[in-house]
Design a protein around this ligand. Structure first.
Ligand code: UDP
Ligand code: MG
Length: 313
């Protein structure tokens, strides 16, 4: 490992930036590698940017990026990834809730051969009802849906091989899903317990509504992870099922009408038959459209449908 990039999203954290920098620098200067600190100001309305500018003026290892407006934590982190020049990227919050002294531990675990090491705030210092409980449920749900079992998806303190974060597309509030998305490409993920501290200055930027956004992001993630290269399998599958059921009940009705010579115009089953057949056809067509879109998507973005770990020679 030659160089470490620390990426920190900053949104109205003027009181935290200086103490954060001091504490972080103390740790970084004792590491046996070069480092850079990338502070991404996500459209702060306070003095955060002045402080970042000042730090960058004093310390050549500090880089600042300033957004024109508040885009959110995920875009802020992605901007940092784009700028990173190290071999490893560590992300952390600017609010000093993460402890920089955990960074050497993350790096040590990484040297065992992992591509991502995720922090686990085992003893989390946040309110129970609005934070810890929703997060517990969300972690269980995300682990179950994505198949990657982590205790703490929401912890920003994580270490990544740079090529992992540079090759991932993130939308919405998806920064927390990086390990899950990456595991889809087959990277190795480890988890270690990290320290967590209460927020002493500034305010938290999120409320309970985040839980719902996380769940919606999870649904779109699951779909992309499982079916983005074969949409016809999910839509077409459902469509075939619906179409077959419709055909069956249609045949049954035909039998009633022509063999038993009973009228079928007043039977609810007739409406159901029509509905099932129409829905079936539509779902199959939707799946085919999806296939078309997928091809356009992969070909226009030149994204690979696979990911290679090594090549020889
Ligand atoms: N943050 C950001 N943009 C936003 C919201 C938050 O860059 O729109 C940053 C914030 O400054 C902090 C980190 O993301 O460094 C996590 O935010 P916060 O501490 O409010 O989240 P919590 O720890 O309460 O989950
Ligand atoms: Mg926080």
């Amino acid at each position: 490992m030659k160089k470490l990039s620390v990426v920190i999203p900053v949104y109205n954290e003027e009181e935290n930036l200086l103490p954060l920098y001091e504490e972080l620098k103390e740790v970084l200067k004792n590491l046996p590698m070069e480092h850079e600190i990338i502070l991404v100001d996500d459209g702060s309305g306070d003095r955060s940017w002045e402080i970042i500018k000042d730090l960058a003026g004093r310390d050549p290892a500090v880089k600042g990026i300033r957004f024109r407006r508040n885009f959110g934590q995920t875009p802020a982190m992605v901007a940092g990834f784009d700028e990173a020049t190290g071999d490893v990227v560590v992300t952390m919050d600017a609010d000093r809730q993460n402890d920089p002294r955990d960074i050497p531990k993350l790096l040590k675990k990484m040297e065992e051969g992992y591509d991502i090491v995720s922090g686990w705030r085992k003893d989390r210092k946040d309110p129970f009802l609005t934070r810890k409980l929703p997060s517990m449920i969300a972690n269980k749900l995300i682990s179950w849906v994505t198949g990657l079992h982590l205790h703490d998806y929401g912890c920003t303190l994580k270490a990544y091989k740079t090529e992992v974060v540079k090759n991932i597309d993130l939308y919405g509030q998806m920064h927390r899903f990086i390990p899950a998305v990456a595991s889809m490409y087959g990277v190795d993920v480890a988890e270690i317990v990290v320290n967590h501290r209460p927020r002493v200055a500034g305010k938290s930027k999120y409320g309970l509504s985040r839980t719902f956004k996380v769940i919606l992001d999870l649904i779109s993630l699951k779909f992309l992870m499982s079916y983005s290269t074969r949409p016809l399998h999910i839509f077409g599958g459902l469509g075939l099922l619906s179409f077959s059921l419709g055909m069956l009940s249609g045949l049954y009705l035909t039998y009633i009408k022509y063999v038993h010579k009973k009228p079928i115009g007043n039977r609810p089953l007739l409406s159901l038959t029509v509905l099932l057949i129409l829905a079936g056809v539509q779902l199959i067509v939707l799946g085919l459209l999806g296939e078309l879109l997928t091809r356009t998507y992969y070909e226009s973005s030149r994204k690979k449908i696979y990911s290679v770990k090594e090549k020889i020679p």
